[in-house]
Ligand binder design. Structure first.
Ligand SMILES: Cc1cc2nc3c(=O)[nH]c(=O)nc-3n(C[C@H](O)[C@H](O)[C@H](O)COP(=O)(O)OP(=O)(O)OC[C@H]3O[C@@H](n4cnc5c(N)ncnc54)[C@H](O)[C@@H]3O)c2cc1C
Length: 461
C-alpha cells in the first residue's frame, strides 16, 4: 500500500468520525477505500510499446472503456477512436441490487463523459455495419470510419421481441418484469414489495440462449424469498423457478449448495423449460418443455398462472456482428452470432487485426464483468503484439465470477475457469466458498462497484 493511499484512508475515516454516520456507511467507505488502495497507482506502467496504427473500439462498456484505458497506458501516443452512443455508463451488476432494494437507482451509473479516458476520440454514435475486408465501420448517422485494428466490444443484444405477448415498452404490464434493464430493475423492486405484501404465486424464469450473468434470475428469486421472510409474509407466497437448462447451475463445486438453498426455501425448480410467450392480461406464462432423446426432440407446450413474473428474453450478439460475418458459423456459439475469437488469445480467427472481448465474444464461459476484467489486459497485450507484428502470447483461462446473492447478507461467490473448476481468489480461499459467505456479500455490495468505476474503467484492475 502506498503512503498517499494510507493518507486518503485516514482522511476518509476522520471525515466519517466527524459526522453522524451509520455503521453500514462506515463499513462501505472502509471497504471501498481498501479496494482502491490495493490497486496499483496510475503511474505504475508495467509495460509500454511504440506500436502504431489506428485503433477503433466499438462499444464503451466494461470491455471497451477498460481496453481504451489499458491501451492508453501501454501504448506511447496511441490513436484510439471509441464509438458508443450512450450518455451513461451503467454498473449493470447493480441492477439486481436495485431490484432488491439494496441500491438506489442513482448509485449504479455515471455520465459516460466522466468515464471516457482522456486521449480517446469518442464518437457518440452507434455502429450499424462492419466491413472487415476494407477495415471500415459505418455508423447510424452515416459516418464511415476506417481502422487498422478493431476492438469489438458492443456487449449483448437483448431480443425483447423474441418473447411473444410482451415488448420492451410494455415491461411491467401484467406484473411481468425483467431486471436486465435499468428501468426494469426499478419496476421489479416496486413489484416485489407489493407481491410480498399481497402474496400469490411468483414465477421466475431464465432463457435458453447464453445470457449475461446467468446467476441474476436465480438471485432475484432468492431475494424475493428473503424479502418476504423479512416482512413476515413468506407463508403467503408460492415461488417457482423454471430453467431452460437441464440443471439449476452447471459449476459442480457450487451447484449442490445452491440446489440445497432452493430446497430449504421451498422453491421447486423445473428444468428444460423455455418461455414462449406471456399473456399479460390473463397473467399466464406459455412454456415449452424441451426433451431430447435418441429418438429426437419433443416439445410439449404448457401454461402456468402467475401473480408476479420475472422473465429473461433470449440474447445474442448484436445483429451487425452476424451480418458482418464476424460470428461463429458452426458449433454451439454459431446460432446467436458470438464473435469468432480464439478462446485463449481473444484474437479473431479469420481477421487477426480484430480482437473481441466482453459479452459479445464467443468464449465458452459466463458473460460477466468479472470475466471481462480479466480479459481486458490479455486482449490489450495481444493486440499490441499483433500491432508489433509479433505472435500474441497472453492466454485467457476462462475465469469468470458470479456472486450469487442468496439472501440479504449472504453471497455464494462462484469463481471458475473454462473447465468449470473453482478458481477462488485470495482472501476467499481461506473460507469454504462452496457455501454462501458474509464476506462475499461485503465484496458484492461495497467493493465491486468502486472496483468497476475506479479500477477497471481506469485501466488499473
Ligand atoms: C441484471 C444484470 C446482472 C449482472 N450481474 C453481474 C454480476 O453479478 N457480476 C458480473 O461480473 N457481471 C454481471 N453482469 C454482467 C456484466 O454487466 C456484463 O458482463 C458486462 O457489462 C459486459 O461488458 P461489455 O463491455 O461486454 O458490455 P456492456 O458493459 O453492456 O457494454 C456494451 C457497450 O456497447 C455499447 N454498444 C451497444 N451497441 C453498440 C453499437 N451498435 N455501436 C456502438 N456501441 C454499442 C453500449 O452502449 C455499451 O456502452 C450483470 C448484468 C446484468 C444486466
Amino acid at each position: 500500500m502506498f503512503n498517499h493511499d494510507i493518507d486518503n484512508i485516514e482522511k476518509i475515516v476522520k471525515n466519517l468520525e466527524n459526522t453522524e454516520i451509520s455503521r453500514r456507511k462506515f463499513l462501505k467507505a472502509m471497504i471501498a477505500a481498501g479496494v482502491l488502495a490495493s490497486l496499483p497507482t496510475d503511474d505504475a506502467k508495467a509495460f509500454s510499446s511504440n506500436a502504431k496504427g489506428k485503433i477503433v473500439i466499438v462499444g464503451g462498456g466494461a470491455a471497451g472503456i477498460g481496453m481504451a484505458a489499458r491501451l492508453l497506458k501501454w501504448l506511447n501516443n496511441p490513436d484510439i477512436t471509441l464509438i458508443d452512443p450512450s450518455d451513461r455508463q451503467y454498473y449493470q451488476p447493480g441492477f439486481t441490487l436495485i431490484a432488491s432494494g439494496v441500491y438506489q437507482p442513482d448509485e449504479v451509473w455515471k455520465p459516460q463523459e466522466e468515464c471516457m479516458p482522456e486521449g480517446v476520440n469518442w464518437v457518440k454514435d452507434s455502429v450499424v455495419a462492419v466491413d472487415p475486408e476494407s477495415k471500415r465501420v459505418s455508423t447510424a448517422s452515416g459516418q464511415d470510419i476506417t481502422y487498422d485494428f478493431l476492438v469489438l466490444a458492443p456487449g449483448i443484444q437483448i431480443n425483447w421481441d423474441k418473447v411473444e405477448g410482451i415488448s420492451y415498452d410494455r415491461l411491467g404490464e401484467g406484473n411481468a418484469h425483467c431486471i436486465y434493464d435499468f428501468v426494469g430493475a426499478q419496476k421489479t423492486w416496486e413489484a416485489i414489495q407489493e407481491f410480498a405484501r399481497t402474496g400469490g404465486r411468483g414465477i421466475y424464469t431464465d432463457t435458453h440462449t447464453k445470457l449475461k450473468c446467468g446467476g441474476a434470475p436465480k438471485k432475484i428469486c432468492m431475494l424475493t424469498d428473503a424479502h418476504a421472510r423479512k416482512t413476515d409474509n413468506r407463508e403467503h407466497l408460492q415461488l417457482d423457478y423454471f430453467t431452460a437448462s437441464n440443471q439449476l447451475y452447471d459449476v459442480p463445486y457450487f451447484t449442490p449448495r445452491l440446489e440445497e438453498i432452493y430446497r430449504e426455501r421451498n422453491i421447486p425448480v423445473t428444468i428444460n423449460t423455455r418461455v414462449k410467450g406471456i399473456d399479460t392480461a390473463a397473467k399466464q406464462v406459455h412454456f415449452e418443455r424441451i426433451e431430447k432423446s435418441d429418438a429426437g426432440t419433443t416439445v410439449t407446450p404448457f401454461v402456468e398462472d402467475y401473480d408476479f413474473l420475472h422473465f429473461v428474453p433470449p440474447m445474442s450478439a448484436p445483429d451487425f456482428v452476424k451480418e458482418a460475418g464476424l460470428g461463429f458459423t458452426e458449433g454451439s456459439l454459431a446460432a446467436d452470432g458470438w464473435v469468432m475469437v480464439d478462446k485463449e488469445t481473444l484474437i479473431h480467427k479469420k481477421y487477426p487485426n480484430i480482437v473481441s472481448l466482453g459479452d459479445v465474444a464467443g468464449v465458452p464461459t459466463s458473460k460477466t464483468s468479472a470475466a471481462t476484467r480479466v480479459q481486458v489486459p490479455i486482449a490489450a497485450k495481444n493486440l499490441i503484439a499483433i500491432m508489433e507484428g509479433k505472435e500474441p502470447q497472453e492466454k485467457y483461462n476462462g475465469y469468470a465470477a458470479c456472486p450469487i446473492v442468496t439472501d440479504y447478507g449472504h453471497v455464494l461467490l462462484c469463481e471458475f475457469d473454462y473447465d468449470k473448476k473453482p478458481m477462488i481468489s485470495f482472501p476467499f480461499s481461506m473460507l469454504d466458498m462452496s457455501k454462501e459467505q458474509w464476506a462475499a456479500w461485503l465484496l458484492k455490495v461495497y467493493a465491486l462497484k468502486p472496483l468497476y468505476f475506479y479500477g477497471m474503467l481506469k485501466g488499473r484492475a
